[in-house]
Design a protein around this ligand. Structure first.
Ligand code: GTP
Length: 302
């Protein structure tokens, strides 16, 4: 399809700015709630939505501006990961709090990274302030930073959200979609499930864990009986690695499957049938693709 668009959008902002609420509005409630539980190394996909012929993939960077101890430059730089590669960054600022020290720190970090990325401003929670103060705030913020566009929204009430989503779609580069349309609804769940299995592999194998190992959820089926069938493939780079993952008489993979299944049942609150396979896929690291660029471990090498 020639006229499709696809790209990554990073929602950033101070804690409590309304990122999850906005995402829920744009993508659907289930997704961002569940992904809260998951930690990945750099960017994580928070949700995918279609807008016309565009596929918008929302990513965020956990702990970006919420360092545990102090705001250390290196830490911010490291945490910045996913947002750096996003096509568009949307900074959420709370209308009633305005240009806080936290927002200033974010703007400084954005400036340091230089030009080359579209950065839009979304003033959120406009339901909490009067129109006059809103215009003044928009002006202050745009003086402080050259945003490509400013939106006034209420993520909670839905004001202005459709407009923002339409604009985002129009800004994305032309290109094929990253995910088949019929997978979008359960995509975050597939990724979470893959991460659960990866976590169990890491716990079990420690330093024995093969380099270049990835887990992918190939199939996700919510069955009419209330259970879910999940088929996953653990990809390793070499034949020798396969044996490590399988273990003696398959006992390692069995234990990993049991542990992952238990977690998934608790997480999904329904019976889970988990099927794991180990496959060798050499040279996957050489395959150029967007996912590894984004630092998305769970999709690396697809
Ligand atoms: N009044 C008002 N409240 C909002 C709006 N959007 C979000 N909130 C509230 O702001 C609070 C924080 O929203 P979240 O979506 O959890 O914020 P977040 O940025 O994801 O927060 P972190 O996960 O801590 O980074 C919640 O209590 C929301 O209900 C809005 O448009 N208006």
């Amino acid at each position: 399809m020639a006229d499709t668009r696809a790209g990554f959008v990073a929602l950033i902002g101070e804690p409590n700015a309304g990122k999850s609420t906005l995402l829920n509005r744009m993508v659907g409630a289930k997704i961002s709630i569940v992904t809260h539980k998951v930690q990945t190394t750099r960017a994580r996909i928070r949700g995918v939505c279609m807008e016309g012929t565009a596929q918008i993939v929302f990513v965020d960077t956990p702990g970006l501006f919420r360092p545990r101890r102090r705001l250390d430059r290196a830490m911010v730089a490291a945490a910045w990961g996913g947002a750096a590669d996003a096509d568009i960054v949307v900074l959420l600022v709370e209308a009633h709090r305005g240009l806080t020290e936290g927002v200033k720190a974010i703007l400084d970090a954005l400036k340091e990274r230089g030009e080359g990325q579209k950065i839009a401003l979304a003033i959120n929670k406009i339901d909490r302030v009067k129109a006059e103060s809103l215009l003044a705030l928009a002006q202050d913020l745009n003086t402080a930073f050259p945003f490509v566009e400013t939106f006034m929204i209420s993520a909670e009430r839905g004001y202005g959200v459709d407009k923002l989503r339409e604009w985002l779609a129009g800004q994305l580069p032309e290109g094929p979609w990253f995910y088949p349309e019929d997978q979008i609804a359960d995509l975050p769940m597939r990724m979470i499930a893959a991460e659960v299995t990866r976590e169990k592999l890491t716990l079990r194998l420690h330093e024995e864990l093969p380099y270049q190992l990835t887990v992918e959820t190939e199939k996700w089926e919510d069955r009419p009986d209330g259970s879910t069938r999940i088929d996953q493939v653990i990809y390793v780079a070499r034949d020798g690695h396969k044996g490590i993952v399988l273990g003696n008489k398959g006992e390692t993979i069995k234990a990993i499957g049991q542990a992952a299944r238990a977690d998934l049942m608790e997480f999904l609150d329904r019976p889970v049938h988990l099927f794991l396979q180990v496959k060798v896929r050499p040279n996957w690291l050489d395959e150029p693709d967007r996912y590894s660029e984004m630092g998305l471990d769970f999709r690396d090498g697809d």
